[in-house]
Ligand binder design. Structure first.
Ligand SMILES: Nc1ncnc2c1ncn2[C@@H]1O[C@H](COP(=O)(O)OP(=O)(O)O)[C@@H](O)[C@H]1O
Ligand SMILES: [Mg+2]
Length: 480
């Protein structure tokens, strides 16, 4: 059976630039995957090895915008074992936000001097009733809370009222003279829930020095990949860790805990794709991935109980990722149901095709695939159209052999292996082109041990064995 192509050599075959268009035979999966990256959904790809699951995950990541946030871990002077997280959006200086940084002491408005509570709009200067700063008139007596003499006091220098927003001051600075005769400032700051934060001179010094000394570590740089691949092999790799310090937090010897905080893959994938190949290998870690997906942040703590890192925890570390998971059909029961329902609730489960119909367009796709493999390998020459035709025949034979299907196989890693072997054999013969004979040689020599056993001992050693690679021996449901 000979297949005619409209090119002489694969160097003349057009290779698409769009990473999605390089994925052949999986049109439905590609259509959904494009949507996944536009809409930031999750994706579970189900199917045998070598059909393009990793390629799809990479394509999803490649079209995402570059990350916009930079994440720091900041030293917490009051409690070094609870470092803060700081999220910085460069170019938006005003939006530089610090989550949970706390200095000084928060007290009730009744505990601050009356004139301070009045300046902060928390107290009525006529009836002395307390109320929220958001109400302009005192709910107790109806008087306006804005004092007439505000300007005068500001000018006299005794009191400095700052009004950053809409004319309502959110903090008041007062002065006092200390025992040594030196004037000190006390800052009263209204909190969002109408309490008052009081910053004594020592709190202000602490704040200043920490800000000056930049006691913080860059956890996630702005320039980072939007594609992060995680394996279920290591808990610390996936979820982060706080490294051990043999000197603990000894003031002179030890390193401060914030310096030892290490992000996990879930954090590194913030704003990008977290690709977990073979999701089932995660076993008990699945529930942590689920939590991270739901909360979009996940604490980092020391995961080795015998380490000094174990007492350190950083809360609210952002991890807003798109999960792309891959799994073999037979391993589906090993996924915890809430994880699957989370993916389905906010994304898609997709079955990969194992073969495609033998049509003229799909034959061209095999030629495109062949050209792609050769041009990414860099070490092998291009192939003649006769060689591609021979590869196509083998692609049909594989579809028949493994999936008992009439069509062209999409288990393309197998075909990719054949192309590379053929290329090596062409090189060893100093041929500048992969010919049909090189493909024939490669087909003879590229059979897996399972295929060799199958040929020797019969047909029961079919799809099951080849889908599982190393793990299983029995044929799976796909054999049917
Ligand atoms: N649908 C496909 N289209 C083009 N090339 C493919 C496709 N599927 C697999 N390949 C080739 O096989 C290699 C392995 O594919 P991969 O995406 O890792 O498969 P999976 O993740 O499903 O095991 C790819 O790098 C690519 O060279
Ligand atoms: Mg893969």
């Amino acid at each position: 059976m000979s297949s005619k192509f409209d090119f002489a050599i694969t160097a003349d075959v057009l290779i698409p630039r769009d990473p999605f268009d390089k994925i052949i035979g999986q049109d439905e999966a590609v259509r959904i995957a494009r949507m996944v990256s536009r809409q930031r959904r999750h994706l579970l790809l189900v199917g045998p090895p070598g059909t393009g699951k990793s390629m799809i995950a990479q394509a999803v990541a490649s079209v995402l915008p570059s990350p916009s946030q930079e994440i720091f871990v900041v030293h917490n002077a009051q409690n070094p074992e609870r470092p803060f997280i700081q999220v910085v959006t460069p170019g938006k200086q005003a939006q530089e936000t610090t989550i949970q940084r706390e200095y000084g002491k928060v007290i009730h408005p009744s505990e601050v001097p009356a004139f301070v509570a009045e300046r902060l709009f928390l107290r009525c200067n006529r009836c002395a009733g307390l109320s929220s700063a958001s109400v302009p008139l005192c709910p107790h007596c109806g008087a306006s809370k804005r004092p007439e003499d505000e300007e005068k006091i500001v000018e006299s220098g005794q009191l400095n009222v700052t009004s950053p927003l809409s004319g309502i001051p959110n903090h008041v600075v007062t002065g006092r003279v200390n025992a040594g005769g030196i004037e000190e400032r006390i800052v009263y700051e209204r909190t969002v829930n109408d309490m008052v934060r009081i910053l004594l001179p020592e709190d202000q010094r602490k704040m200043q020095s920490e800000i000056k000394r930049e006691l913080k570590k860059l956890l996630l740089p702005l320039k980072r990949s939007t594609f992060v691949q995680a394996s279920g092999a290591s808990e610390t790799e996936l979820l982060g860790d706080v490294r051990h310090d043999p000197y603990g937090i000894h003031p002179n010897l030890g390193s401060l805990p914030y310096t030892r905080v290490v992000p996990g893959s879930v954090h590194e994938a913030h704003e990008g794709v977290l690709f977990i190949d073979e999701l089932a290998t995660l076993t008990h870690l699945q529930k942590h991935v689920l939590t991270a997906m739901q909360d979009k942040h996940f604490p980092i703590s020391g995961r080795n109980p015998t380490s000094t890192g174990a007492s350190v925890r950083v809360d609210n570390v952002p991890c807003n990722f798109i999960l792309v998971g891959s799994i073999n059909i037979n391993d589906l029961p090993q996924l915890i149901p809430p994880l699957r329902s989370r993916i389905r609730g906010d994304g898609y489960e997709l079955l990969m095709n194992t073969h495609m119909p033998d049509t003229p367009e799909n034959r061209k796709k095999i030629a495109q695939f062949c050209a792609q493999e050769i041009s990414t390998d860099l070490k092998i020459p291009h192939a003649s159209s006769d060689a591609v035709a021979e590869l196509l025949n083998e692609a049909k034979a594989i579809a028949k052999r493994i999936d008992d299907a009439n069509g062209i196989t999409l288990r393309l890693r197998n075909l990719s292996g054949i192309i590379k072997l053929a290329g090596d054999s062409a090189i060893s013969e100093s041929s500048t082109i992969i010919e049909k004979s090189h493909i024939e040689y490669a087909i003879r020599n590229s059979k897996s041990v399972e295929d060799q056993l199958g040929e020797k001992y019969g047909s029961w050693w079919k799809a099951g064995a080849s889908d599982h690679g190393t793990s299983a021996v029995k044929p799976g449901p796909e054999t049917a």
